[in-house]
Design a protein. Structure first.
Length: 85
């Protein structure tokens, strides 16, 4: 019984000490460090007057392909009549 009582008292004291000294450090707000920001200053005329676009070539009219002319076939003459024997 004596051993359990001392163990219980020791653990309770440890928990109280951790809560008293350790927990406030967990809630401590860290101070925000200010960092400089680098900014490039550009005049407005550099951004508002872009170069003119290159001129587009005018499309040439489409050339229609000429269909090839097909020569008309001449009818073959009928074979000569065979001589009678």
């Amino acid at each position: 019984m004596r051993k359990g009582l001392t163990l219980s008292v020791g653990l309770h004291v440890a928990v109280i000490l951790i809560a008293w000294f350790g927990l406030p450090n967990l809630r401590k707000e860290h101070e925000i460090q200010e960092e400089p920001v680098v900014v490039d200053v550009v005049t407005l005329s550099q951004m508002s007057n872009p170069p003119a676009p290159a001129p587009q070539p005018t499309p040439s009219p489409a050339v229609k392909p000429v269909p090839p002319q097909v020569a008309q076939a001449t009818p073959t003459p009928p074979p000569p009549p065979q001589p009678a024997p």
